[in-house]
Ligand binder design. Structure first.
Ligand SMILES: Cc1cc2nc3c(=O)[nH]c(=O)nc-3n(C[C@H](O)[C@H](O)[C@H](O)COP(=O)(O)OP(=O)(O)OC[C@H]3O[C@@H](n4cnc5c(N)ncnc54)[C@H](O)[C@@H]3O)c2cc1C
Length: 411
């Protein structure tokens, strides 16, 4: 196909905004329509559970593009546009207000939404979720030194919030239903280490704490746990994961497999319709399975691949999954995903400010979580990307620079 005359991007978040910029950077001069439910221009979400919670001025750094750059993209930007139907054959989408959006090619970048706590109305008093800028603004108002909060969910997002709330003087209790913190993202030794760090900071952490009921009142919340314990606080943050926004793709008849299924070019089962970011699932060579990632890197890089693919340029999404988190005074970075079949080794000790955990499958590094050791990321990523064998004991030896061990392994 020749260059498309018009491209519709549905979802003006990180992937949507990044794709628009990438299209122009590739020299695309056709019409771009960027339709997004939110009233804001595209912004990045990671600061919402970090700096934005305590500092309103940090909002200025959120946005993907400065206003003049955004304007320079010369798009039809449609804030507040909720796209409700997509007719793949007719190349036509329709918003909730009935506006018709035609296109030659389309990118679905609808992201995800917070998973709601069953049995609790989402608008119940003193019950909060954290997904968008407006959620973070409401939470910032609540973070006063004499306040108390219960965080349901001990994943990255809940823990980032807990750490920040504690630093701001709030009394914080984290309830995690599973046996450890970060149960999906890290092996047990990391969960235990993180729990100790949060407890040292004054966060009360309860693992194996399944919530049986929540009472939300105008003056606070009460949480009853399955073991009969009752907790009271001023407010609740529910942070129990997210659901991908796939309903539009489902309605359009696209293949769904734990997200909108895309190929290596980020194209869906319908030719000319692409998907990227939190809503899309792809087959990862590194994880050896189909996976839907919820990370900054994935949104950014899939959007760039999709932009090139929409212009019929060579494009392939083939990256080692990377995620980072800032909690308390720690920067945590992760490559790959943990898996019980891996053999774990630590480099340094969890009692030290810097240490790393590596997961090996034989001589192949499949997972790495590094604490305050960001410089390790580039060599480790190269190693995993190349699939090269490495001597695990050398890599885990704190006396040997990671860079040198990797260099030797790559030959
Ligand atoms: C609080 C928070 C902290 C995070 N911290 C980190 C971190 O530290 N490190 C990291 O790697 N990742 C982090 N992430 C994850 C990262 O921000 C996401 O993976 C990324 O935002 C995904 O981008 P996206 O464009 O796919 O989705 P989004 O950024 O969610 O954008 C999707 C947009 O589509 C809009 N939309 C949905 N449906 C429609 C529709 N039908 N019509 C029009 N518009 C629609 C939505 O309103 C939204 O604006 C964090 C996420 C959150 C929420």
């Amino acid at each position: 196909m020749s260059t498309p005359a018009s491209i519709l991007i549905i979802g003006a978040g990180q992937a949507g905004g990044c794709a628009a910029a990438a299209l122009r950077a590739e020299g695309y001069e056709g019409r771009i329509t960027l339709a997004g439910v939110e009233p804001h221009r595209p912004y990045e979400r990671p600061p919402l559970s970090k700096a934005v919670l305590h500092d309103a001025s940090a909002e200025e750094t959120l946005f993907l593009h400065k206003p003049e750059f955004h304007d320079g993209l010369e798009m039809d930007w449609l804030p507040g546009a909720d796209v409700q139907s997509l007719d793949v054959g007719a190349r036509l989408a329709r918003t909730a207000t009935g506006d018709a959006l035609d296109f030659d090619r389309c990118l679905i970048a609808t992201g995800g939404r917070a998973r709601l706590l069953p049995g609790v109305p989402p608008d119940a008093p003193n019950v909060h979720y954290l997904r968008g800028l407006d959620d973070a603004r409401r939470l910032r108002q609540r973070l006063q030194p004499d306040a108390s909060v219960i965080v349901i969910g001990g994943g990255f997002l809940g823990l980032e919030f807990a750490g920040m709330a504690r630093r701001m003087g709030v009394a914080v209790t984290v309830c995690e239903a599973g046996p450890q913190l970060l149960g999906r993202a890290a092996p047990p030794l990391v969960g235990a280490w993180l729990q100790a760090r949060h407890e040292e900071a004054g966060v009360r952490v309860l693992c194996g704490a399944a919530v049986s009921s929540v009472t939300a009142r105008a003056d606070g919340v009460s949480v009853s746990l399955a073991d009969g314990v009752r907790l009271d606080a001023d407010f609740l943050l529910v942070s129990i994961g997210q659901l991908p926004n796939i309903e539009l793709a489902q309605q359009a008849g696209l293949a769904i497999d734990n997200g909108i299924a895309v190929d290596v070019r980020c194209e869906t089962s319908a030719p000319g319709i692409f998907a990227a970011g939190d809503c899309a699932s792809h087959v990862s060579r590194f994880l050896q399975r189909r996976v839907r990632l919820e990370s900054w890197q994935n949104a950014q890089e899939q959007a760039q691949v999709a932009a090139r693919a929409m212009l019929d340029l060579p494009a392939a999404y083939d990256v080692v999954p990377w995620f980072w988190s800032d909690q308390l005074d720690m920067n945590i970075q992760m490559l790959g995903m943990p898996n019980p079949a891996l053999t774990y080794l630590t480099r340094g000790q969890p009692t030290e400010p810097k240490f790393s955990v590596y997961g090996f499958d034989g001589h192949q590094l499949r997972y790495a979580l590094v604490v305050n050791s960001g410089a390790e990321m580039t060599p480790l990523r190269k190693l995993m990307s190349a699939g090269a064998s490495v001597d695990a004991s050398l890599l885990a030896d704190p006396a040997r620079p990671v860079r040198e061990t990797v260099k030797a392994a790559l030959g």
